[in-house]
Design a protein around this ligand. Sequence first.
Ligand SMILES: *Cc1c(COP(=O)(O)O)cnc(C)c1O
Length: 449
Amino acid sequence: MMSRRSGDLAVLGGPPVCRATWPIWPAAGPETLTVVTEILESGRWGVSGAWTGRRTKDSEFAERFAAFLGTNYCVPVDHGSSALLAALTALGVRPGDEVIVPGLTWVACASVVVRAGARPVLADIDAETLCVDAKAVEAAISPRTAAILAVHAYSTMADVDKLAAIAGRAGVPLVEDVAQAIGARWRDAAAGTFGTLATFSFQQNKVLTCGEGGAVVTADPQLHSVLERLRGDGRRYLPERRRIVGQTDLASTGGLQGWNMHLSELQAALLLDGLQRLPAENARRDHAAHLLDDALGSLNGYRLVRPYAATTQRSYFQYIVRIEPEAFAGRPIGVVSTAVSAELGCWVRPLGPPLNAHPLCQPHLHPLAAIEGLRGRLAMHRFELPVATHEAGRGMILAQPLLLAPAEQVHQIVEALEKVRRQADRLPCDDDDLRTPSLVSLRVPEGRL
Ligand SMILES: *Cc1c(COP(=O)(O)O)cnc(C)c1O
């Protein structure tokens, strides 16, 4: 058996740097129970219910969220993935088309392209920001390109100036995926106001959440009308003067093939409640991220993500730390992140593979691949992503609860990172030789529900 010494790494049986619990996420606020109860008693739990004489939370949230971003319209939907699919569909993306997608991002960014019947074309990323590289996007443009998907990934923003210019020259729309950057700003304008359309996810881990949810925003009234009908089986809200209590307030407008992507009223109420708290929570995460930036900037073996200069406000959905493998005796990122996770008792994991090597990104297994000649062109491994591959092997994600902790505890993150680097040569060389630590330290805030 291994001998256990007091300075040993927690993952090897030593005492962890942090024994305290971390804030839980998502967390209810002081008014959450009240707003949920209000819906439970309202007689309308979904948009498809009857008009009660009271505005739906769905439309109230749409208005508030558009105002929060400084755009005209918001259409809430049931998932971020639905938001992406609705956005591509509204823009007329169709079979035979290509959509340019960053090579390092969540798999939904590519899988929705296939669901729209089109082909994802992967573009490599920029090594400093981890967002899509504008030059790679430009090189990927073809006569079949129908849209460019810019993802504001890993708490930085993509270069929306360059990407909008490239999209303009190519005559194709730019779609922003803002799932990971809610509240971020580029020259003081909100992420989500640069593309023809922008999509959001309100899934459990995002900084604004109702468990599962999403939204598409736009400044364009025509696209708004299309999106509203797409998400409502072709229906949209009647003007208020035409609503009758007890009758549906949705008009069967049609004119396109929609499907049901409505958010429930319970979810919309949670989003309205969360939106009120978002600025203060973003400020808290921002503060913790600055503490980490300051401390890690001078720490041996670690490298930070550097946003583009025009980013005037970041939104920290997660915090990304990169390692110099030489400073870790060549140990793989999976081993290093498991060791850090065990020191902190909180979730720390590798960035995950790029989309040309991701087990969850398999467009060639979609029914579309049955079409003559398409299977090979749907294979993601045909794309070369040297930068994404290099960075994915070095980056780890610190989960959001770490950024909501008090300053003393944030300093323990630095301590944990330092400890793991110092003793990296004692770690095994393979992830399989390490037990995944059980992370039992999430704490439900007191005095809430
Ligand atoms: C979370 C996320 C999505 C998908 O959102 P879901 O609500 O899980 O469908 C899409 N894109 C990015 C960048 C995300 O982080």
